[in-house]
Design a protein around this ligand. Sequence first.
Ligand code: MBD
Ligand code: FE
Length: 306
Amino acid sequence: MNRQQIDALVQKMNVDTATGDVDLRIQKIVVRLLGDLFQAIEDLDISQTEIWKGLEYITDAGQANELGLLAAGLGLEHYLDLRADEADAKAGLTGGTPRTIEGPLYVSGAPESVGFARLDDGSESNHIDTLIIEGMVTDVDGCIIPNAKVEIWHANGLGNYSFFDKAQSEFNLRRTIFTDADGKYTALTTMPVGYGCPPEGTTQALLNKLGRHGNRPSHVHYFISAPDFRKLTTQFNIEGDKYLWDDFAFATRDGLIAKVIEITDEAELSRHGLNKPFKHITFNFELIKEVDQAPSTEVDRRRVSA
Ligand code: MBD
Ligand code: FE
Protein backbone atom coordinates (compact mmCIF):
# COMPACT_ATOMS: atom_id res chain seq x y z
CA MET A 1 0.00 0.00 0.00
CA ASN A 2 1.11 3.57 -0.48
CA ARG A 3 0.81 6.23 2.20
CA GLN A 4 -2.43 7.61 0.83
CA GLN A 5 -4.05 4.17 1.00
CA ILE A 6 -2.62 3.58 4.47
CA ASP A 7 -3.93 6.90 5.79
CA ALA A 8 -7.35 6.24 4.26
CA LEU A 9 -7.45 2.82 5.91
CA VAL A 10 -6.40 4.19 9.33
CA GLN A 11 -9.05 6.91 8.96
CA LYS A 12 -11.73 4.36 8.07
CA MET A 13 -10.90 2.09 11.02
CA ASN A 14 -10.12 4.56 13.81
CA VAL A 15 -11.75 7.87 12.96
CA ASP A 16 -14.89 7.11 10.95
CA THR A 17 -15.85 4.47 13.53
CA ALA A 18 -16.15 6.99 16.40
CA THR A 19 -19.61 7.04 17.98
CA GLY A 20 -18.69 8.65 21.33
CA ASP A 21 -16.72 11.63 22.62
CA VAL A 22 -13.36 11.96 20.90
CA ASP A 23 -10.19 13.23 22.53
CA LEU A 24 -8.97 15.04 19.43
CA ARG A 25 -5.37 15.27 20.59
CA ILE A 26 -5.15 11.56 21.32
CA GLN A 27 -6.95 10.76 18.08
CA LYS A 28 -4.47 12.84 16.11
CA ILE A 29 -1.47 11.18 17.75
CA VAL A 30 -2.84 7.65 17.40
CA VAL A 31 -3.74 8.18 13.74
CA ARG A 32 -0.30 9.54 12.99
CA LEU A 33 1.57 6.81 14.88
CA LEU A 34 -0.51 4.04 13.25
CA GLY A 35 0.09 5.52 9.81
CA ASP A 36 3.82 5.70 10.49
CA LEU A 37 3.82 2.13 11.84
CA PHE A 38 1.92 0.73 8.86
CA GLN A 39 4.29 2.61 6.56
CA ALA A 40 7.29 1.11 8.34
CA ILE A 41 5.74 -2.37 8.00
CA GLU A 42 5.44 -1.72 4.25
CA ASP A 43 8.91 -0.25 3.81
CA LEU A 44 10.73 -2.89 5.84
CA ASP A 45 8.35 -5.74 4.97
CA ILE A 46 8.00 -6.53 8.69
CA SER A 47 6.59 -10.05 9.10
CA GLN A 48 3.67 -11.11 11.26
CA THR A 49 6.06 -13.00 13.50
CA GLU A 50 8.22 -9.89 13.91
CA ILE A 51 5.16 -7.82 14.83
CA TRP A 52 4.13 -10.32 17.50
CA LYS A 53 7.66 -10.57 18.86
CA GLY A 54 7.62 -6.79 19.13
CA LEU A 55 4.30 -6.71 20.99
CA GLU A 56 5.47 -9.48 23.29
CA TYR A 57 8.65 -7.48 23.95
CA ILE A 58 6.64 -4.41 24.99
CA THR A 59 4.44 -6.60 27.19
CA ASP A 60 7.49 -8.09 28.91
CA ALA A 61 9.18 -4.69 29.30
CA GLY A 62 6.01 -3.23 30.85
CA GLN A 63 5.55 -6.18 33.20
CA ALA A 64 9.16 -5.79 34.29
CA ASN A 65 8.56 -2.05 34.80
CA GLU A 66 11.42 -1.31 32.42
CA LEU A 67 9.72 1.02 29.95
CA GLY A 68 11.22 4.07 31.69
CA LEU A 69 14.63 2.45 31.48
CA LEU A 70 14.06 1.64 27.81
CA ALA A 71 13.08 5.25 27.08
CA ALA A 72 16.36 6.36 28.62
CA GLY A 73 18.42 3.69 26.85
CA LEU A 74 17.00 4.32 23.39
CA GLY A 75 17.68 8.03 23.73
CA LEU A 76 14.00 9.04 23.72
CA GLU A 77 14.37 10.85 27.05
CA HIS A 78 17.49 12.71 25.87
CA TYR A 79 15.76 13.62 22.61
CA LEU A 80 12.95 15.22 24.63
CA ASP A 81 15.59 17.28 26.46
CA LEU A 82 17.05 18.49 23.18
CA ARG A 83 13.55 19.49 22.05
CA ALA A 84 12.96 21.29 25.34
CA ASP A 85 16.24 23.16 24.85
CA GLU A 86 15.10 24.22 21.37
CA ALA A 87 11.73 25.36 22.68
CA ASP A 88 13.45 27.36 25.43
CA ALA A 89 15.81 29.00 22.92
CA LYS A 90 12.86 29.90 20.72
CA ALA A 91 11.17 31.51 23.73
CA GLY A 92 14.35 33.49 24.41
CA LEU A 93 15.20 31.45 27.50
CA THR A 94 18.92 30.80 27.52
CA GLY A 95 21.55 30.37 30.20
CA GLY A 96 21.27 28.69 33.55
CA THR A 97 22.41 25.20 34.43
CA PRO A 98 21.67 22.76 31.59
CA ARG A 99 18.87 20.25 32.02
CA THR A 100 19.36 16.55 31.61
CA ILE A 101 17.12 13.51 31.93
CA GLU A 102 15.29 12.54 35.13
CA GLY A 103 15.67 8.81 34.48
CA PRO A 104 13.32 6.19 35.90
CA LEU A 105 14.50 6.02 39.51
CA TYR A 106 13.18 9.09 41.36
CA VAL A 107 11.11 8.50 44.49
CA SER A 108 9.12 11.33 46.08
CA GLY A 109 8.71 11.86 49.80
CA ALA A 110 12.37 11.86 50.85
CA PRO A 111 13.23 13.37 54.28
CA GLU A 112 13.58 17.17 54.24
CA SER A 113 16.06 19.45 55.96
CA VAL A 114 17.53 22.92 55.66
CA GLY A 115 21.11 23.54 54.54
CA PHE A 116 22.53 20.10 55.26
CA ALA A 117 21.63 16.43 55.08
CA ARG A 118 23.39 13.14 55.42
CA LEU A 119 22.07 10.93 52.61
CA ASP A 120 23.61 7.55 53.37
CA ASP A 121 22.59 5.18 56.16
CA GLY A 122 26.17 4.29 57.06
CA SER A 123 25.96 0.71 55.77
CA GLU A 124 28.71 1.28 53.20
CA SER A 125 30.96 3.58 55.22
CA ASN A 126 33.60 0.88 55.70
CA HIS A 127 34.26 0.21 52.03
CA ILE A 128 32.95 3.19 50.01
CA ASP A 129 34.53 6.66 50.00
CA THR A 130 32.70 9.41 51.82
CA LEU A 131 31.56 12.21 49.52
CA ILE A 132 30.68 15.75 50.48
CA ILE A 133 28.77 17.75 47.90
CA GLU A 134 28.48 21.49 48.44
CA GLY A 135 26.92 24.09 46.25
CA MET A 136 24.89 27.19 45.85
CA VAL A 137 21.65 27.92 44.08
CA THR A 138 21.57 31.31 42.36
CA ASP A 139 19.77 33.07 39.54
CA VAL A 140 21.62 33.66 36.26
CA ASP A 141 23.07 36.91 37.64
CA GLY A 142 24.59 35.11 40.60
CA CYS A 143 22.07 36.34 43.18
CA ILE A 144 21.60 33.65 45.81
CA ILE A 145 18.27 31.86 46.19
CA PRO A 146 17.67 30.92 49.84
CA ASN A 147 15.09 28.23 50.58
CA ALA A 148 15.39 26.65 47.11
CA LYS A 149 14.27 23.02 47.14
CA VAL A 150 17.16 20.72 46.22
CA GLU A 151 16.05 17.12 45.72
CA ILE A 152 18.99 14.74 45.42
CA TRP A 153 19.15 11.04 44.63
CA HIS A 154 21.95 8.69 43.62
CA ALA A 155 23.14 5.10 43.56
CA ASN A 156 25.08 3.18 46.19
CA GLY A 157 28.46 1.48 45.77
CA LEU A 158 26.87 -1.25 43.66
CA GLY A 159 25.16 1.18 41.30
CA ASN A 160 21.75 0.46 42.85
CA TYR A 161 19.01 2.86 44.01
CA SER A 162 17.02 2.48 47.22
CA PHE A 163 13.35 1.51 46.88
CA PHE A 164 14.07 -0.33 43.60
CA ASP A 165 16.83 -2.20 45.44
CA LYS A 166 15.03 -3.73 48.43
CA ALA A 167 18.36 -4.50 50.14
CA GLN A 168 18.72 -0.79 50.99
CA SER A 169 17.07 1.11 53.81
CA GLU A 170 14.14 3.42 53.11
CA PHE A 171 15.20 6.64 51.33
CA ASN A 172 18.86 5.69 51.48
CA LEU A 173 20.77 8.18 49.30
CA ARG A 174 17.65 10.31 48.75
CA ARG A 175 17.05 13.66 50.46
CA THR A 176 15.42 17.04 50.01
CA ILE A 177 17.58 19.94 51.21
CA PHE A 178 16.32 23.51 51.25
CA THR A 179 19.15 26.00 50.68
CA ASP A 180 20.12 28.01 53.76
CA ALA A 181 20.13 31.81 54.15
CA ASP A 182 23.30 31.93 52.00
CA GLY A 183 21.69 29.88 49.21
CA LYS A 184 23.89 26.90 50.09
CA TYR A 185 23.25 23.18 50.37
CA THR A 186 25.60 20.51 51.72
CA ALA A 187 25.16 16.77 51.28
CA LEU A 188 27.22 14.23 53.22
CA THR A 189 27.02 10.89 51.46
CA THR A 190 28.95 8.06 49.80
CA MET A 191 30.48 7.99 46.31
CA PRO A 192 27.95 6.65 43.81
CA VAL A 193 28.96 3.96 41.38
CA GLY A 194 27.60 4.01 37.82
CA TYR A 195 24.38 2.16 37.14
CA GLY A 196 24.22 -0.84 34.85
CA CYS A 197 21.00 -2.22 33.35
CA PRO A 198 19.90 -5.53 34.88
CA PRO A 199 21.87 -8.00 32.69
CA GLU A 200 18.91 -10.37 32.31
CA GLY A 201 16.35 -7.59 31.88
CA THR A 202 14.30 -6.57 28.86
CA THR A 203 16.21 -3.33 28.22
CA GLN A 204 19.58 -5.05 28.16
CA ALA A 205 18.11 -7.75 25.89
CA LEU A 206 17.28 -5.12 23.27
CA LEU A 207 20.57 -3.29 23.78
CA ASN A 208 22.31 -6.61 23.11
CA LYS A 209 20.50 -6.85 19.76
CA LEU A 210 21.91 -3.40 18.98
CA GLY A 211 25.40 -4.37 20.12
CA ARG A 212 25.22 -1.75 22.89
CA HIS A 213 26.18 -1.72 26.57
CA GLY A 214 23.77 -0.55 29.27
CA ASN A 215 26.07 1.39 31.59
CA ARG A 216 26.00 4.89 33.00
CA PRO A 217 28.87 6.87 34.49
CA SER A 218 28.79 7.67 38.20
CA HIS A 219 26.27 10.50 38.65
CA VAL A 220 23.98 12.37 41.05
CA HIS A 221 20.42 13.44 40.16
CA TYR A 222 18.73 16.71 41.08
CA PHE A 223 15.41 18.48 40.94
CA ILE A 224 15.89 22.15 41.86
CA SER A 225 12.86 24.34 42.40
CA ALA A 226 12.09 27.74 43.87
CA PRO A 227 9.08 30.05 43.63
CA ASP A 228 9.14 32.19 40.45
CA PHE A 229 11.93 30.10 38.92
CA ARG A 230 11.76 27.36 36.32
CA LYS A 231 12.10 23.90 37.80
CA LEU A 232 15.42 22.31 36.83
CA THR A 233 15.79 18.57 36.27
CA THR A 234 19.44 17.68 35.98
CA GLN A 235 22.41 15.58 37.11
CA PHE A 236 26.12 15.88 37.39
CA ASN A 237 28.26 13.14 35.97
CA ILE A 238 31.60 12.53 37.63
CA GLU A 239 34.87 13.26 35.86
CA GLY A 240 37.20 10.32 35.32
CA ASP A 241 34.50 7.66 34.97
CA LYS A 242 35.14 5.39 32.00
CA TYR A 243 31.54 5.87 30.84
CA LEU A 244 31.54 9.69 31.22
CA TRP A 245 31.09 10.24 27.47
CA ASP A 246 29.75 6.76 26.78
CA ASP A 247 26.55 6.90 28.82
CA PHE A 248 23.90 4.46 27.58
CA ALA A 249 21.27 7.08 28.50
CA PHE A 250 23.08 10.07 26.91
CA ALA A 251 22.71 12.27 30.02
CA THR A 252 26.27 13.64 30.13
CA ARG A 253 26.38 17.23 28.92
CA ASP A 254 28.88 20.08 28.89
CA GLY A 255 28.36 22.07 32.07
CA LEU A 256 27.25 18.99 34.01
CA ILE A 257 30.60 17.37 34.74
CA ALA A 258 31.72 17.37 38.35
CA LYS A 259 35.37 17.44 39.41
CA VAL A 260 36.22 15.38 42.46
CA ILE A 261 38.86 16.52 44.93
CA GLU A 262 40.38 14.16 47.48
CA ILE A 263 40.63 15.79 50.90
CA THR A 264 43.24 14.43 53.30
CA ASP A 265 44.01 17.53 55.37
CA GLU A 266 43.47 16.71 59.06
CA ALA A 267 41.96 20.12 59.83
CA GLU A 268 39.42 19.66 57.03
CA LEU A 269 38.59 16.15 58.23
CA SER A 270 37.89 17.29 61.76
CA ARG A 271 35.98 20.35 60.52
CA HIS A 272 33.55 17.85 58.94
CA GLY A 273 33.70 15.44 61.86
CA LEU A 274 35.32 12.75 59.68
CA ASN A 275 38.16 10.40 60.58
CA LYS A 276 39.26 9.33 57.09
CA PRO A 277 40.03 11.13 53.81
CA PHE A 278 36.97 12.01 51.76
CA LYS A 279 35.99 13.13 48.27
CA HIS A 280 34.61 16.60 47.68
CA ILE A 281 32.50 17.97 44.85
CA THR A 282 31.33 21.56 44.45
CA PHE A 283 28.26 21.84 42.27
CA ASN A 284 26.32 25.07 41.89
CA PHE A 285 23.03 25.63 40.12
CA GLU A 286 21.73 28.63 38.23
CA LEU A 287 17.97 28.85 37.82
CA ILE A 288 16.10 30.78 35.16
CA LYS A 289 13.25 33.08 36.17
CA GLU A 290 9.79 31.84 35.19
CA VAL A 291 8.13 33.88 32.48
CA ASP A 292 4.58 33.87 31.12
CA GLN A 293 3.92 31.66 28.11
CA ALA A 294 7.21 29.80 28.40
CA PRO A 295 7.17 26.05 27.76
CA SER A 296 6.62 24.34 31.11
CA THR A 297 9.50 22.52 32.77
CA GLU A 298 7.13 20.43 34.88
CA VAL A 299 6.82 16.93 33.47
CA ASP A 300 3.81 14.95 34.58
CA ARG A 301 4.84 11.30 34.73
CA ARG A 302 4.10 8.42 37.07
CA ARG A 303 6.57 8.50 39.95
CA VAL A 304 6.93 6.30 42.99
CA SER A 305 5.91 7.94 46.21
CA ALA A 306 7.21 6.19 49.30
C1 MBD B 1 19.82 5.47 36.14
O1 MBD B 1 20.41 5.67 37.32
C2 MBD B 1 19.56 6.53 35.40
O2 MBD B 1 19.92 7.72 35.88
C3 MBD B 1 18.97 6.39 34.16
C4 MBD B 1 18.74 7.58 33.31
C5 MBD B 1 18.62 5.16 33.69
C6 MBD B 1 18.87 4.09 34.47
C7 MBD B 1 19.46 4.23 35.69
FE1 FE C 1 20.63 7.55 37.86
